[in-house]
Each structure stands twice: as structure tokens, then as C-alpha cells.
Design a protein around this ligand. Structure first.
Ligand code: ADP
Ligand code: MG
Length: 359
């Protein structure tokens, strides 16, 4: 029921977006300068609305190429498609079968394992069994019994993935183990779309995969892209601040993306690998700003699980990566590259207090 609703809502969004873009393609002149209006196309992929906006004319073929690349990644990494590479790997867990990976899945898994190690397993690509048990964002969402959680937690352990790097093969040694690349696949897909656009010499574009934003270049008038940071407790599209970026990704993980409420308690989709429950902390969301969407996506989830203190330490170990933490206490914690205006942040909601990390 809920899923049908969200798909309907997504289709509604696509129609709105299509109508909107149909009415604003073409050229306009501004201060004697030729300014190109953006052209957008959207498609429902990776379980979300994927929208690509290009600030140049005559690039319709790039939309088709980009969406088919995203589709390819979805076909490999989807957990809902029974024939995806990830589904086949999970299906064969405990059987001893060794599976040869595609280049895409191999790359994503290597990156996921790196973040898993660096976050001491708070980010863990073997979170699959717990994601299935909770079913958050599906019709079957529920609160599992404690003994079920304990049993499934024992299956979550990235160090047990048998990945042979020289042969690019993988094997999950215990029955019931399951990979879930949901925290990182969209980031990878966005970077892949960027490659398609930049190879075609596109200098200005926005790739938006369900709120994971990756910008190419700057706007045609030379200004930065202004990207809204969602107010985690308000409706979608209500921003508490704006970051101005060029050639960067902004990816947010938060309590508001997918969740259900039972007995006044919110159960969201980011699982704490220490407890097996949705992360419980004062954090409402973490936005990461980085050169690549891939790393921003992985780190937004990892930092959300890690919490403010450990999350900041983790981000600190990645040069050039910045973060915005939003807490229940109406605090916005910014890393130094944002507070020093290297990446400008404009506060829209005065009820929040800005704090610079490390101070
Ligand atoms: P979204 O994909 O909704 O933008 P995230 O990037 O934060 O949000 O990814 C959340 C998804 O990551 C979950 O739906 C689940 O598939 C997976 N996940 C949940 N908890 C963890 C975890 N501790 N480590 C790695 N992946 C996780
Ligand atoms: Mg993520």
C-alpha cells in the first residue's frame, strides 16, 4: 500500500517535472549575454526519481545514454530484482559457489569495504539481513523480535566477505549473509552519469538521483549551483539552508528518507550495526560535500551511523570532504571548509544554531 503510494507520488513528480521542463527549454537573453535554459529529464530508477538537468541545447541523446547507464547499475546492484548480480550472490550464500563480479559491482564493493574498515564496521555492506527483517520502505515493515535481531546481527560482518581481488570473485561463506549496496549505489551511478556528460563536453549540469546531488561545472552565467539542505523534520523540499557549490556532490542521509512510525516512535532505514536497530541518536541528518558522489554517499550513511563525534573524525580522515550535521537540539554542525566559506552555507531557518566543528 505504502510502496504503491510512493511510486504513484514519484510518477506524479515525473509528470510535474516533465511539464515544467517542456515549458522552459530554449534560449533567453539576459544582460546582452546568451543564457541557456536548462533541459531536464526524469526517470524512476534505483527505487527513486532520477533527474538529469543539462544547461545546453541538443543533448537529448545524453539523457537516454545516462538513464541506460543507471539502469545497467540497477540491474547489477538491485536487491529487489531477483536476477541482479547482488541477488544472485546473496542467493548463493553458504553454498560455496564463487561468483565472478562485473567491473561495476567489484568497484562498488571495494569502496564499500574500504569505508567499512575505516568506520570500524559502522558502515557495513553485509547489512542485508537486517534491512530485510525491518523491511523499512516496503509493505512488510515491522519491528523484529530481539532474538531475531541477535541472530541476524551475527550475519552482519564485512570481514567475512570472501573477495578475491586478483580474480574479481566473491563468496558469502555463511547462509543468510546478504550484501546491500543501497547506501552507495546511487552515488556510484551519479559519478558514472557525470563521466558520460563530461566526455560529451557538457560544462554545466545537475545530476539528482533521489536527492543525491552531483553538479557538473557551474551555472552558465558563471555562478555556483545553490543546493538546498532539507529540513529533516519538515516536508520534502523545505530547506533549512543552502550550500553553493561547483563541480561537487551533496549527499544527505537522514531520519526522514524512509521510515515508519509505531507507538509514536520513528523507525528509519539506517541500521546501527552495533544494535541491529535503526540508529538512535540526536542526529537527524548528515550531508556530505565532496568531489565525488560515490564517497559522499558512503560517508553520509557511515557518518550518520557513527554520530557527531566519531562521524567528524571519520570525515576528517578524508581530505577535501566537508559535512553538515543536523541535530535534534536544533544545532547545525559545520566542518571547517564550510564555516570558513570555502563552501558557502546560507542559513534559512533562524531557529537553528550554527556550530563549527572542533570549536
Ligand atoms: P538513501 O539511499 O535513502 O539516500 P543512504 O545512502 O543513507 O540513504 O542509504 C541507506 C540504505 O543503506 C538503507 O536503505 C540500506 O539499504 C543501507 N544501510 C542501512 N544501514 C546501513 C549500514 N549501517 N551500513 C551500510 N549500509 C546500510
Ligand atoms: Mg549513502
Amino acid at each position: 500500500m505504502k510502496k504503491t503510494k510512493s511510486i504513484k507520488f514519484s510518477l506524479f513528480l515525473i509528470i510535474i517535472v516533465t511539464l515544467f521542463t517542456a515549458s522552459c527549454t530554449g534560449r533567453a537573453t539576459q544582460k546582452d549575454q546568451l543564457v541557456l535554459d536548462p533541459i531536464s529529464e526524469s526517470k524512476l530508477l534505483l527505487g527513486t526519481v532520477c533527474r538529469i538537468t543539462i544547461y545546453e541545447d541538443d543533448h537529448t541523446h545524453l539523457f537516454a545514454k545516462s538513464f541506460s547507464r543507471i539502469e545497467q547499475i540497477e540491474d547489477l546492484m538491485s536487491r529487489t530484482k531477483p536476477m541482479s548480480e547482488i541477488s544472485l550472490i546473496n542467493e548463493s550464500s553458504g553454498s560455496g559457489e564463487i561468483i565472478t563480479l562485473s567491473d561495476d559491482t567489484y568497484l562498488v564493493l571495494i569502496e564499500a569495504l574500504d569505508v567499512a574498515r575505516r568506520s570500524t564496521g559502522l558502515f557495513d555492506p553485509t547489512i542485508g539481513p537486517l534491512v530485510d527483517a525491518w523491511g523499512i520502505g516496503t509493505d512488510g515493515h515491522r519491528i523484529p523480535e530481539q532474538d531475531e535481531i541477535d541472530r541476524l546481527l551475527a550475519l552482519v560482518d564485512y570481514s567475512r566477505i570472501d573477495l578475491q581481488e586478483d580474480h574479481k570473485t566473491v563468496n558469502l561463506p555463511v547462509k543468510g549473509m546478504a550484501l546491500d549496496l543501497g547506501a552507495i549505489a546511487k552515488g556510484y551511478a551519479a559519478d558514472e552519469v557525470r563521466s558520460i556528460l563530461t566526455e560529451a563536453k557538457i560544462e554545466s549540469a545537475i545530476i539528482n538521483l533521489g536527492g543525491n546531488i552531483l553538479t557538473v561545472g557551474k551555472k552558465p552565467d558563471g555562478s555556483s549551483f545553490r543546493i538546498g539542505i532539507q529540513d529533516p523534520l519538515s516536508d520534502r523540499g523545505e530547506y533549512l539552508g543552502i550550500v553553493s557549490i561547483q563541480d561537487k556532490a551533496v549527499v544527505t542521509s537522514g531520519v526522514y528518507e524512509r521510515f515508519f512510525i509505531q507507538d509514536n516512535k520513528r523507525y528509519h532505514h539506517i541500521i546501527d550495526t552495533r544494535t541491529g536497530y535503526p540508529v538512535e541518536s540526536s542526529l537527524l541528518s548528515v550531508s556530505i560535500i565532496a568531489d565525488d558522489s560515490f564517497i559522499a554517499d558512503a560517508l553520509s550513511t557511515a557518518a550518520f551511523v557513527a554520530g557527531v563525534e566519531k562521524g567528524l573524525q571519520l570525515i576528517d580522515s578524508y581530505p577535501g570532504v566537508e559535512a553538515i550535521f543536523i541535530t535534534e537540539e536544533n544545532e547545525i554542525i559545520l566542518t571547517s571548509g564550510i564555516s570558513d566559506d570555502t563552501i558557502p552555507f546560507e542559513l534559512l531557518d533562524e531557529s537553528y544554531t550554527i556550530i563549527t566543528a572542533g570549536n
